[in-house]
Design a protein around this ligand. Sequence first.
Ligand code: 5RP
Length: 237
Amino acid sequence: MTDATHPLEAPENLEALKKEAALRAVALVQSGQRVGLGTGSTAKYAIEELGRKIAAGELSGVVGVSTSEASEALARAVGISTEPLDPRPLDIAIDGADEIAPNLDLVKGLGGALVREKVTEAQARRLIIIADHTKLVTRLGEKAPLPIEILQFGFLSTVERLREFLPGGRLRMNGARNYVTDNGNFIFDAQLPEGFDARELERRIKGTLGVVDTGLFLGMAERAFVAAPGGVQELVR
Ligand code: 5RP
């Protein structure tokens, strides 16, 4: 085979896997719960399934709390009542991830919603991650860059400060312009060095002037449903 993509990892098959994982997570949602709605192509299937269950009368009194403008629009389109985040805990949150380490530490934010996701999901009693098997890694940084949201104000200075200890990486672009998050900030996609201590790195990045937050989600996920061609694997922290 000359093509590097295995047939079972063709995009159309990955979509079916993402949906399978999403359905497993939505099966955990109960009537009356406040649910954190993640962002991305996998979370989309969870939002659609939640909407389907509400419309079919399988769930009632569910309220969604969205982690992005895109998820908010989708939730409304599929008939989920939504509320903005307030200090009450969420019963459950369901979201995708870009990398899932064996201990369920995560890299998130390739979809650009890392800060709202982290702020929302930190309040969830249960954070359930849904993904296809390509997101599993043995160490964070293996496949994906680490998104770091930074203020637009003084962004070149912030990037210089970050590059002192994260030399690889680039500002995320949207065509010819800088990518802008829902919060009006920019994203620096950093290359993670090998053998780093995730908690120490998180502390150092967050201590850098101009940084809003990082896509490292450490110790937050309760479990992950990871779909592969052979079935859905349930990983518990
Ligand atoms: C968005 C995220 C997404 O959850 C992550 O990028 C995974 O997205 P997808 O399911 O499309 O692969 O963190 O900020």
